[in-house]
Design a binder for this molecule. Structure first.
Ligand SMILES: Nc1ncnc2c1ncn2[C@@H]1O[C@H](COP(=O)(O)OP(=O)(O)O)[C@@H](O)[C@H]1O
Ligand SMILES: [Mg+2]
Length: 253
C-alpha cells in the first residue's frame, strides 16, 4: 500500500503542530523547527504507527521524543523529535551514542542530527512484547530463540566495546522485531562511563524476571534460574567469547 505523506508546511497548524512541539510550543518555535527540518532535507511526514498523539497515528513516544515516519531524499526514515519538556537540551548526544553502537552493527542506523531532531533508520516491525504475545503454533520456539540469540549477540558486542545501554531491562519497549532482524533502540540513557551489563541485564529480563520470562518458559522450557545465574556470574567476571558461549549453551540458544 502507498502511504500518504503530509508536507511539513502543514505542520504550522493544529493538529499537526502538536507533533513538532509536544506537549506545547509557541508558533515561533514551530516555525523554527520547520526550518530546521528543511535544512535536514525533510519535506514530508507520514502519520502512521501503533501509537497515537491526540488523534494522529505515530511510531512512538517516550520522555525525550516523539517518533514518526518521514521522508528524506525520497527514502523513509524515522524522525525522533525532541519534546519541548525533555530534560535533554539537544539531540546531539544521542547521535554520538548511536554512532558508537552503529560501529558494531547495533541499533538503527543514524543518518543525521540537529538540535531538535534525530534522523535514523526506520525499523518496521513490532515491539518485542507485542511480537512475543502474537507468537503461536509450531515454529514459535525457533522464532523466539532466533530473536533472543540475535539480541544477545548485539548485547555481547556492546559489552565488548564497554558501552552500557542503560535501559535494556525494559526490553518490551526497547527492541523492535522485524521480518528479518530484531534491533535494540533508544540509546538515550546509554553510557561509555558505566560498567557495561547488557548481556546480564537482558538475560535477566528474558529468563529470570517475571513477565517475559514466564511467557518464554511456556514457549520453550529453559534451564533453571540457578543454572542461568551461575553461568551469568562467570560471564560477569570475565566477558570472554568462551564464557558468552557457555551462557548461550545453558540458555539452549
Ligand atoms: N528507528 C525507529 N523505527 C521505528 N520506531 C521507532 C524507532 N525509534 C523509536 N521508535 C518508536 O518510538 C518509541 C519512542 O522512541 P524512544 O527512542 O524510546 O524515545 P525516548 O528516548 O523518548 O524514550 C519507541 O518505543 C519505538 O516504539
Ligand atoms: Mg524510550
Amino acid at each position: 500500500m502507498e502511504h500518504s505523506f503530509i508536507s511539513i508546511k502543514k505542520f504550522v497548524e493544529e493538529p499537526y503542530s502538536k507533533i513538532l512541539g509536544y506537549p506545547n510550543a509557541t508558533s515561533r518555535q514551530i516555525k523554527s523547527r520547520i526550518n530546521e527540518l528543511e535544512e535536514l532535507n525533510i519535506k514530508s511526514i507520514s502519520l502512521r504507527g501503533p501509537t497515537t498523539l491526540g488523534k494522529l497515528a505515530i511510531l512512538g513516544k517516550g520522555y525525550v521524543g516523539v517518533v514518526v515516519v518521514a521522508k528524506k531524499n525520497n527514502k523513509e526514515i524515522a524522525l525522533k523529535i525532541r519534546r519541548t519538556d525533555s530534560q535533554r537540551k539537544e539531540m546531539k548526544n544521542e547521535a554520538v551514542l548511536l554512532k558508537i553502537v552503529n560501529s558494531v552493527n547495533v541499533g538503527p542506523k543514524i543518518f543525521d542530527v540537529s538540535k531538535n531532531f534525530l534522523v535514523m533508520e526506520y525499523l518496521e516491525g513490532e515491539k518485542f512484547s507485542d511480537w512475543m504475545d502474537s507468537l503461536k503454533g509450531s515454529g514459535s520456539a525457533k522464532k523466539l530463540k532466533h530473536t533472543i540469540r540475535n539480541i544477545l549477540e548485539d548485547c555481547y558486542r556492546l559489552d565488548q566495546i564497554g558501552f552500557d545501554h542503560g535501559e535494556i531491562s525494559n526490553i518490551s519497549k526497547h527492541i523492535i522485531v522485524g521480518e528479518n532482524k530484531a534491533t535494540l533502540i533508544d540509546f538515550e540513557s546509554s553510557s561509555t562511563q558505566r560498567k557495561p551489563s547488557n548481556v546480564t541485564s537482558i538475560t535477566q529480563a528474558f529468563f529470570i524476571g517475571s513477565g517475559i520470562a514466564k511467557k518464554a518458559q511456556k514457549i520453550y522450557k529453559n534451564a533453571s534460574k540457578e543454572q542461568i545465574i551461575n553461568v551469568l556470574k562467570i560471564y560477569k567476571q570475565e566477558k570472554t567469547r568462551e564464557n558468552f558461549e557457555k551462557l548461550l549453551k545453558v540458555l539452549k540458544l
